[in-house]
Design a binder for this molecule. Structure first.
Ligand code: HEM
Length: 401
């Protein structure tokens, strides 16, 4: 792929004046060149950027694309990405991807996740009670948005919550663009080593949890102990920052659209739709879903050759006016909100989405029910957004109530 200096760089930073919207350049590209080349790594790679909703779905649903980051043309965030263990199955194609994902599908079935709802409600209540006992301003990220999904994922996996600072630190390193390749590898390795110990512990002291059941699958020979540890590490990592950032950014968004808050306090269907619209509107996985073509394929009338990289920025595709009416508006009653691509699409579609949905559906109404006078304690311009991470969010959010 020949680098062309005129290709626009693929950047993450959202506009300072509208930090919850995608960079305006991508709306222009979606209009004028919906499948176009962009430059990565200071022009050393020129993958395709696919910005329309329909084309984005076509890429994500097609077996002509691979998520394996070791393809020479793979549009990785950093040059020279190393192979990850197969327990991080998002980076593998079928059949390895399917075999690894299958070990966890039962754990994330809607029915099983619904059984966790009372525990999520209890944890939400406890954290909000503890937070409101402090005198404001208080950082919502530290006291609520991050500990809530951490506690939930710890409960699901059977990880002792006392260890949460350890794995929060490593998750942060993994999603931080400023981490070196070596730091990222070390963070993965540290999480996996910790969990390998936990797999062993669960054999002697089993619980009703995912790590215990993965240890049992290893005993049956379906996977190795290392796989069980890597799969758990992947879940810890995938289930943390994402939901935490969604809670905080949804809170900021709702506070700037106060007229829509009553939708969140309605019945379960209304709340569910409101959460889908927030997922669409914010599309926090804004680093783009990254693929490499393994055969020649035509997308939006453009031929993408085998070996060429493709970036699918779901935050841009989810604002496509061809598919969503007035896409930049937040409309918690939007009829087709649930067709967003914020959880991806196709075989790699987010495995944890029933859990993320359950958490958001419980947490967001509860925040506004309990704290009707909630306010951000500083002007929006003073909030530090995570401009250089694959998953969008804020570093902290001081609030009063
Ligand atoms: C609001 C929160 C979340 C968002 C927006 C989100 C988003 C995504 C997206 C966009 C993908 C697809 C990546 C791709 O196609 O390249 C994905 C995959 C995945 N997510 Fe999530 N996620 C969230 C929460 C969670 C949670 C809570 C868990 C688990 C506890 C989780 C586990 C996973 C896993 C295991 C995959 C890989 C699926 C595969 O490759 O088959 N996610 N997520």
């Amino acid at each position: 792929m020949s680098p062309t200096p005129s290709n626009p760089p693929f950047v993450l930073a959202r506009p300072e004046s509208a930090p919850l919207d995608p960079p305006p350049l991508y709306a222009e590209l979606r209009e004028e060149q919906p499948v176009t080349r962009v430059s990565l790594w200071e022009g050393r790679l020129s993958p395709w950027l696919v910005t329309r909703w329909e084309d984005a779905r076509a890429v994500l649903g097609s077996p002509a694309f691979s998520t394996d980051p070791t393809h020479p043309g793979a549009p990785n965030f950093k040059e020279g990405s190393a192979r990850s263990p197969r327990g991080f199955f998002q980076n593998y194609d079928d059949p390895i991807h399917a075999a690894m994902r299958r070990t966890l599908t039962r754990e994330f079935m809607v029915k099983r996740i619904n059984e966790l709802r009372p525990a999520i409600a209890r944890l939400t209540d406890e954290l909000l009670t503890d937070m409101t006992e402090l005198s404001g301003p208080v950082d919502l990220v530290e006291h609520f948005s991050l500990p809530l999904p951490s506690l939930v994922i710890c409960e699901l996996l059977g990880v002792p919550y006392e260890d949460h600072t350890f794995f929060q630190k490593h998750s942060k390193t993994i999603v931080d663009f400023n981490s070196t390749g070596e730091e990222t590898q070390q963070a993965f390795a540290a999480l996996a080593a910790y969990l390998l110990g936990l797999v062993e512990t669960k054999r002697t002291t089993p619980g009703d949890d995912v790590v215990t059941r993965l240890a049992a699958q290893a005993d049956e020979g379906a996977i190795t102990d290392q796989d069980a540890a890597d799969l758990s590490a992947f879940l810890l990592f995938a289930g943390h920052e994402t939901t935490a950032n969604m809670i905080t950014l949804s809170t900021i968004t709702l506070l700037s659209h106060p007229g829509q808050i009553p939708h969140l306090l309605g019945g379960p269907d209304q709340v569910a739709n409101a959460v889908e619209e927030l997922l669409r509107h914010l599309s926090i996985v804004h680093g783009g879903l990254r693929r490499t073509a393994v055969e020649d394929v035509t997308i939006g009338g453009v031929t993408i050759r085998a070996g060429e990289g493709v970036i699918v920025p779901v935050h841009v595709a989810n604002r496509d006016p061809e598919f969503f009416d007035a896409p930049d508006d937040l409309d918690l009653d939007r009829a087709n909100a649930r067709l967003h691509l914020a959880f991806g699409y196709g075989i790699h579609q987010c495995l944890g989405q029933p859990l993320a949905r359950a958490e958001l559906q419980i947490v967001l109404p509860e925040i506004f029910r309990r704290l009707p006078a909630l306010k951000i304690a500083v002007p929006l311009e003073e909030i530090a957004f995570k401009q250089d991470t694959a998953v969008y969010g804020v570093h902290e959010l001081p609030v009063t109530w």
